[in-house]
Design a protein around this ligand. Sequence first.
Ligand code: NAD
Ligand code: ZN
Ligand code: ZN
Length: 338
Amino acid sequence: MLAARLHKFGEPLRIEEVPRPVPHEGEILIEIEASGVCHSDLHLASGDWPAFAKLIKLPLILGHEVVGGVVELGSAVDRELLGKRVGVPWVYWSCGECVACRAGRENICRSRMITSVSVDGGYAQYILAKATHAPRVPDELSAAEAAPLFCAGVTVYRALKNAEVRAGQRVAIFGIGGLGHLAVQIAAAWCAEVIAVDIAEDKLSFARESGATKLLNARECDAGAELAAAGGVDVALVAAGNKAAYDAAFAAVGVNGAVVIVGLPPEPVSFDAGRLVRNEARVLGSAVGTREDVRATLALAAAGKLHCRTESRPLEKINEIFDEMRAGKILGRVVLAP
Ligand code: NAD
Ligand code: ZN
Ligand code: ZN
């Protein structure tokens, strides 16, 4: 099969023929229809995250927003699954027994396997998955629309849920990319007042179409100071992988507010402790989502309340897509069609 593999951190992926994998006990083989390109793959390929790089055995197929049809089953798998459409999220497998799993947080399972980190991902024609960890895709959604929900969608769904967003609250989303444009829609669907912050005008107009009522271009203003001067926000969700976005979010948070950590910059972030203390503000990290979160996110989309803007491109274009993502030129999500 054709696949895009990472051979060396910081180098372009290589498009090459690799053996088609064979499903073993508990596994299914999926013929991939759509595979979203998440900024996390670009961080991984660039070597931005040393802690994850240690878990990676090269060469590796990236891609963790995968949707396709089940074409082969390993042993001990329900025959009903054959021919069904499923997806593969970032959490490839969770143990069900560790302290995190027992607390209902399989997304941060202590011994989890991660798609596109510990096992090959979806920049390919086929992928293996655990039958227990590949949620079904509702018929209402095309493969391209559904794929990005397996990381981008579920991540912001859980992040907003963890922040306990309520109707009427002021919610600022920093970074209107693949994750951010979906966050705007979910927060708007929950009747929050949504403020979009980005450094590109096209992303901001797009945020308005997605339901944001206030737009701030962080290249042209001090977004954090502006939001603070207007009373501060209840939730500041950072969906950009850089420190400047965090600086603005920490400055913007208001009384009893929450800064939600989603974007993963390579450099450390910092904050003014006094501001958090004066506001009794919270800081919370949020990691992708559980299978229940995936199902909830898919259900929102199937009900027409969440639309990922996608553009399909051939697998062979992955390195150009990475270049565009690095330059902030992608609107919504690019989805590879192998
Ligand atoms: P993306 O490239 O699609 O979007 C990033 C957006 O941030 C772009 O629109 C860009 O213009 C904007 N941006 C850049 N600098 C900014 C600034 N200073 N202020 C405001 N906006 C700015 O990326 P994505 O795929 O949406 O991923 C975003 C981040 O989330 C990445 O760091 C990714 O690794 C991380 N992520 C985290 C989780 C998690 O579980 N916590 C899951 C998925 C992705
Ligand atoms: Zn991702
Ligand atoms: Zn576990």
